[in-house]
Design a protein around this ligand. Sequence first.
Ligand code: SF4
Length: 517
Amino acid sequence: MRDLILILGDQLAHDHPALLEADPAQDRVLLIEAPGEATHVWSHKARIALFLAAMRHHAQALRAAGWQVHHIALDDPTHATEPTLAGRLAATLRTLRPARLRVMEAGAWRLARDIEATALTEGVPLTWMHDPHFLCSRADFAKWAARKRELRMEWFYRWMRQRHHVLLDASGEPEGGQWNFDEDNRAPYPKQGPGLIPPPAHFAPDALTQDVIALVEARFPNHPGSLAHFGWPVTRAQALQALDTFIQTRLSGFGRHQDAMWEATPFGWHSLLSAALNLHLLHPREVIAAAEAAWREGRAELASTEGFIRQVLGWREFIRGVYWLDMPDLAEANHLRAEGDLPAFFWTGDTDMACLRDALRQTLDHGYAHHIQRLMVLGLYGLLAGVRPQAVSDWFLAIYVDAVEWVELPNVAGMALYANGGRFTSKPYAASGAYIQRMSNHCRGCRYDPKQRSGPDACPYTALYWDFLARHEAELAASPRTALMVRNLQRLSADEKRAIHETALQWMPRPTGETPA
Ligand code: SF4
């Protein structure tokens, strides 16, 4: 054998660069299902099933296309004593003795190091390949970042729009005369509710996916989450269909209500394409092109289209660049010195906080929550309550079907938890229950009152918010972006601050994960 091409579970690209250069007669493809990847963090059953089902369908497609595929199944008895990906890779290198191992850039720093160490130990030359499923290479991002005093997504996004000629007019200016339409894209749902939203694409599991679901239930019975609603795209054909459904029926409504939340409305107008993108079943270029074409053909508003493209071309690429720039330090960052453990109710949804309960229950049902639920309900609780960034990050990595470390860690530790001290955000995303009240209907049915800062009926978010300001007063007062928040705090009497602190303490988890409340 000449080359062994290791394809990781999130690299299921039909146009994988190694395959474009490979020879089916001399080279072989390797796919490894490793139990360790499901238990490295206590993964949601739907996340495990999605990766395995997509890998198995990909292996099938590769074989049909004439490739020799060496696919190590999760329960392969010859690898029973090697639960880790690195262990299974080492054993395979010893058996197959390829002249070279070729791998596309991994999505997790840990895996990249493991693969390098394994190849070195086994004496097999390793070639890393650039990942063309990102529109900004790691090297180009590093060059862009080196020219900046501060890393800000907005400047990166404008640069990417120009570089890839997206939503620009003939003179190179942004369509509609402005780079972003954020002001149009932050509306809550109307008071009476979101109304009828066309459903996202849902794919009934075929026989192969049903086998995977049975396997996951049998092998990981105690893992969190449900497989009852599993309908994620697991093939490229399904991913393309999911993209088409979104563009045809949901893009037009996406922008305006992209930050809105509503009880028992898990998907809103969101695309639900992140999992297919992150598994490389879709290329970001085709997703962006489809959205732009819809606008140019008059099938979607510019604000919606720009808001969606900003997520894919701007935020997704930016966050990946930051991850590779700042690892491994980012994984340990804890700027606010938060030491609490994750509250146990994050794994069950068993809490009286209506907003958090709704976000947690849909997460357990589907392995999905949209970006505002993740940032301004789930992440916000971690920030305000002083939960260790690593505990929150591990939970997000475990629980969402689209979670790969490159996207999850900077979003959670960096953006939601402010663990890197504002490396790419200008202030902590701290807010009280008033924000959740404005953007959702959760507070209407909640036993807590978002306006109360202390006492038994005080909203935990509100109490924790004011206490957060007090705990970090000196730092927040020194920044023009947060000084006003602190001035509001300083208007409160000492007695009120004490009462707030006592209430907030009830919601702050100890290092053991228990909360007194
Ligand atoms: Fe959430 Fe507070 Fe509103 Fe209850 S009152 S839903 S805890 S923000």
